[in-house]
Design a protein around this ligand. Structure first.
Ligand SMILES: [Zn+2]
Length: 366
């Protein structure tokens, strides 16, 4: 990196830091704070290596404070200030065997005292593999897991070592806490042009912490979702269904006027698996024709994305990870010309989360 660029970035960083302090104050002053309390699980021997209970707790407080800032001080449309706190340490025992992490995380996913805690964060700090993920437990509590090998900690420092502005575990926790609040992984929506046999263009989702933690911005979908689920300390049972609007409407316009009898095809995008990349499935899942007012109206939007076993037009079982369409590439064809729009599930959900029940999308021929 050239010196000039370094200097420029340094100045930009300083400006951002200033803005971030201002927006932090803004957030605290104007918005109601919602606090999510974590029961934090740590292994007995791991805790000794991290300097014992007192030091670990202090570092934990600091790390959660960084995650809270990371959440709220990045650009967002939050109606609340979301605060994450460690609310109690649960020291577990692997009895000197790394294989016992699995047994203990199973226990951490059991019944949770939801009077005291809202969710669980589980640390495995002498694990065989690295990984972070979020799953759900018996009390519908989120269980955020952080597995780190010795090697990784030797190379990159312990879980507390990297502080803002450097990216660290606090930021990765920020992504996982996004799952805790109900969000999906936005990187599942990225399709490369070579994996799109229909119109051969990249499909690029917006920047979001749910795409990469390093994006350092919350997209519109996450903001709307976190506002909607703000008061749910454990997610409601049928949240997955409730976030979809009742109806999806495609309007086709030709020179500004709605057009009937235009063919509209839906191509689904799927997650990557053993047999396929993350791609646009080459066969149309549904084919419609615009009605007399130039609309395609599709009821039960939830079912459109969550297909049935016996649905027509879906890939074979072993070529369809999660059996879920993440997005549709929608094609309208008029007088030999084809136009495309992309409708990821989360786009329809924004409509619902903001109080609408019909998600409208327009395809225009000029
Ligand atoms: Zn994720």
């Amino acid at each position: 990196m050239s010196k000039n660029i370094s200097l420029f970035l340094f100045i930009v960083y300083c400006l951002c830091a200033k803005i971030s302090v201002a927006s932090h104050l803004d957030n605290v002053l104007k918005k109601d704070t919602i606090t999510y309390r974590a029961q934090v699980w740590v292994e007995k021997e791991d805790l000794v290596r991290y300097g014992g209970e007192e030091i670990f707790k202090k570092n934990l407080e600091e790390m959660f404070a960084h995650t809270t800032s990371f959440w709220n001080d990045t650009p967002n449309k939050f109606n609340y200030y979301f605060r994450f706190v460690p609310s109690g340490l649960k020291i577990y025992d692997n009895q000197g065997d790394q294989d016992n992490y699995d047994k203990n995380i199973k226990e951490a996913s059991g019944i949770l005292d939801t009077i005291k805690f809202d969710f669980v964060v589980f640390f495995a700090l002498n694990a065989k593999n690295n990984g972070m993920w979020c799953s759900s437990g018996k009390s519908r509590q989120a269980v955020v897991a952080c597995f780190k090998t010795f090697e990784e900690q030797r190379k990159n420092g312990d879980i507390f070592s990297k502080r803002p502005p450097e990216h660290g575990v606090y930021g990765d926790l920020g992504h996982e806490f996004g799952h805790f609040r109900g969000a999906t992984d936005i990187y599942q929506y990225m399709i490369k042009a070579k994996d799109n046999p229909i119109n051969h263009i990249d499909l690029t989702p917006p920047q979001s912490i749910m795409r990469y933690a390093q994006d350092r911005v919350w997209d519109e979908y996450c903001s709307a979702l976190f506002n909607y689920t703000a008061q749910q300390k454990q997610m409601e049972k049928d949240l997955n269904r409730k976030v979809f609007p009742d109806k999806l409407r495609i309007k086709v316009l030709v020179k500004g006027k709605t057009k009937k009898n235009v063919t509209v095809k839906f191509y689904g995008t799927r997650a990557g698996g053993e047999k396929n990349n993350r791609d646009v499935y080459p066969k149309a899942f549904r084919t419609f024709s615009t009605d007399k007012v130039g609309h395609v109206d599709i009821p039960n939007v939830y079912k459109l994305y969550h297909v049935d076993h016996d649905d027509i037009g879906i890939p074979p079982k072993d070529e369809f990870p999660y059996r879920y369409w993440f997005s549709f590439l929608v094609e309208a064809e008029y007088k030999g010309e084809k136009k495309y729009i992309w409708i990821p599930d989360w786009q329809t959900q924004i409509t619902k989360l903001k109080g609408g029940n019909i998600h409208e999308a327009v395809i225009e021929f000029k």
